[in-house]
Design a protein around this ligand. Structure first.
Ligand code: FE2
Length: 258
């Protein structure tokens, strides 16, 4: 099974630290200048710098990360056709929208004129947050039965939520009740040092400034409608079977370490 989408660009030319970009997307301010200011990981990358990375080309444009598993690897929880459309079309569209918004705003700055500035700032927030959350979403999943929550992660979730079941209960309830298109997100709130569960409408609404996403569940209809139609709850219940708990634990550890 080919795990590399046809639309995926060639090997990453440059990978930059993601913590800054993730925080900025949470702020609705994800932009090239700040993202590029983050240090590139060295050959002896730490867990944090390895995990929180996004592919970027030599021109500073964001690229589409390849799917880290086969398109059908999450069957039957998530079907192959949905994964192909979701990753190759929808995710890629947010990447293109983010790059276009950044290019437009750069042109405006060069010309000293800002036509339709509100529209392009909206595009920057929408597509930047969408790109950010899809990076996390696809890395947050793995074939069923290949990972399980480590004791250290369980301990952390217990400290912040009162237990794994309490965390999953809040997260599922949040996901099932997002109005319209959006997300449920486990995130790290840096100003309080807390883990929080947030809902997001579209990609960028209802966030807290600066929250770093750790576990993100896409509940836009494009994420489940082919298989589940209007049964979002069934999709959410089955999605738990393909959560990559190793990735969640690594992201949690990296976030808590700052
Ligand atoms: Fe999506």
């Amino acid at each position: 099974m080919d795990t590399t989408p046809d639309s995926t660009p060639p090997a990453t030319l440059n990978r930059r630290a993601f913590v800054g970009a993730a925080g900025l997307a949470g702020l609705g301010l994800m932009g090239a200048s700040r993202a590029q200011a983050a240090p590139a990981p060295s050959s002896s990358s730490t867990a944090a710098s390895t995990l929180f990375t996004v592919p970027m080309n030599s021109d500073g444009e964001y690229e589409l990360p390849p799917l880290p598993y086969a398109y059908d690897a999450l069957e039957p929880s998530i079907d192959e056709e949905t994964m192909r459309l979701h990753h190759d079309i929808h995710f890629n569209g947010y990447k293109n929208g983010l790059n276009k918004a950044l290019a437009k705003l750069k042109d405006f700055r060069s010309g000293g004129d800002y036509p339709e500035i509100a529209y392009w700032e909206n595009q920057l927030a929408f597509n930047g947050a969408g790109y950010n959350l899809h990076v996390v979403f696809f890395e947050n999943m793995a074939p069923a039965g290949t990972t399980s929550p480590a004791s250290s992660l369980k301990k952390t979730l217990d400290e912040h939520f009162g237990g794994m079941d309490a965390f999953k209960g809040q997260f599922s309830a949040a996901a099932k009740t997002v109005q319209g298109s959006g997300w449920a997100i486990l995130g790290y709130q840096p100003f309080g040092g807390k883990l929080v569960v947030l809902q997001a409408e579209k990609h960028q609404n209802l966030t807290q400034w600066g929250v770093v996403p750790i576990l993100a569940l896409d509940v836009w209809e494009h994420a489940y409608y082919l298989k589940y139609q209007n049964r979002r709850g069934d999709y959410i219940d089955n999605w738990w079977k393909v959560v990559n708990w190793d990735n969640v634990a690594q992201r949690t550890e990296a976030a808590l370490k700052g």
